[in-house]
Design a protein around this ligand. Structure first.
Ligand code: PLP
Length: 379
């Protein structure tokens, strides 16, 4: 008998939305190359351009400023370039300490051009530290995420933007976890560049976009060759994935008001249940978080053991930090928040989705009650 699994790892990736599946299936039958001028090519081009409008509309951007990429990672690396438009090269990159590894790696900046600013114990960026770093040198490119993938903490990006622009610097915002999950526009953020990705919102994996504001121009191309994406990203477009991305974001935006209320209700139920067991800590609990994310820990528990225990109970969760190589590494986010090692090592992330049901949350709490009894102080 096959057991029904409970999937609570939507921040790692989300199941495909039916609208994306339908759009992709139709696109697979579209034979043309979007760069070809014949009718088949024009039909493929129409799919790409409709998706471009859908992605731009979600953040009230100009579709001409959307560059499709192979995902959030590529969009981040494309954004992190010293060369923008025709302007003189930027001499430095400043990122927060809690960014995704694709931002922390610094893109096309040399290691000695990169500096970091800190976060508070609550999980949001330290604006005073950013102000200090901005004052230490010439205009910079600053990269800050909108919502953290581990804690879900929503960052004060508009306040960051005010500091960055007052210093004559540029702002890139990694909005991969926030896109389609909380409402924002590129204007509200006052960002010069925004990264989004498809697979967190029910589009296929392997598609994303870098969205520009217009004024500062776009970064120098990372992938060069043909003139696709207005010369900003060479290579024949992944038409089906892009069409799926457009369909998924349109569906996500339409459903967001109800989905957010639903996820917040379930998360409250989840967190009340978790906190019923002694010593459980919810990280970044006091700040605004993505409606679907709970990162919790308990001193003495080992995250890997808990993740395996949940898995054996039929529940997919993740440890605080993503494990790209199947190996769990210590969370740089919790370290930056000053969380002591033993507590940070216990962090387990539960990330819900719009199709998560109340019975699934009750199932998770039941599993946690059993696990937390078995996994005593030594995990
Ligand atoms: N940025 C953040 C905040 C993420 O959470 C992720 C993926 O987990 C990425 C960037 C990378 O996106 P992708 O998986 O599309 O390369």
């Amino acid at each position: 008998m096959t057991r029904t699994r409970i999937y609570l790892d939507w921040n790692a990736t989300a199941p495909l939305r039916p609208e994306a599946r339908t759009a992709m299936a139709a696109a697979w039958d579209c034979v043309g190359n979007p760069s070809s001028i014949h009718e088949e090519g024009r039909a493929a081009r129409r799919l790409v351009e409709a998706a471009r409008v859908a992605v731009a509309t979600a953040v009230e951007a100009d579709p001409a400023q959307v560059v499709f990429t192979s995902g959030g990672t590529e969009a981040n690396v494309l954004a992190l370039s010293p060369l923008f438009g025709g302007a003189a090269p930027l001499a430095r990159l400043i990122t927060s300490a809690i960014e995704h590894p694709s931002v922390l790696a610094g893109g096309r900046f040399a290691a000695n051009q990169i500096s970091r600013f800190g976060v508070s114990a609550r999980g949001t960026v330290d604006l005073d530290d950013l102000r200090r770093k901005l004052g230490e040198g010439p205009p910079a490119l600053v990269s800050v995420m909108l919502a953290n993938n581990e804690t879900g903490a929503v960052q004060p990006v508009a306040e960051v933007a005010a500091l960055v622009h007052a210093a004559g610097s540029l702002l890139h915002v990694d909005a991969v976890q926030a896109f389609g999950r909380i409402k924002f526009t590129i204007k509200d953020l006052d960002a010069d560049l925004v990264t989004v990705s498809g697979h967190k919102i029910g589009a296929p994996k392997g598609v994303g976009a870098l969205i520009g504001r217009g004024g500062a121009g776009m970064p120098q191309a990372l992938v060069t060759g043909g003139g696709q994406e207005r010369g900003r990203r060479a290579g024949t477009e992944n038409v089906a994935a892009i069409a799926g991305f457009g369909a998924a974001i349109t569906a996500a935006m339409a459903a967001a008001p109800t989905e957010i209320v639903h996820m917040l209700r379930l998360r409250r139920l989840l967190e009340e249940g978790l906190k019923a067991s002694p010593d459980v800590v919810i990280f970044a609990e006091d700040v605004e978080r993505l409606p679907n994310t709970t990162l919790f820990g308990r001193r003495g528990l080992r995250a890997e053991t808990a993740v395996i225990g949940f898995d054996l109970a039929g529940i997919a969760v993740s440890s605080g930090a993503a494990c790209s190589s199947g190996k769990v590494s210590a969370s740089h986010v919790l370290a930056a928040m000053g969380v002591p090692g033993p507590l940070a090592e216990s962090a387990v992330r539960l990330s819900l989705g719009p199709s998560t049901g109340e019975s699934e949350i009750l199932g998770v709490l039941e599993a946690w009650r059993k696990l937390s009894g078995v996994l005593g102080k030594d995990g």
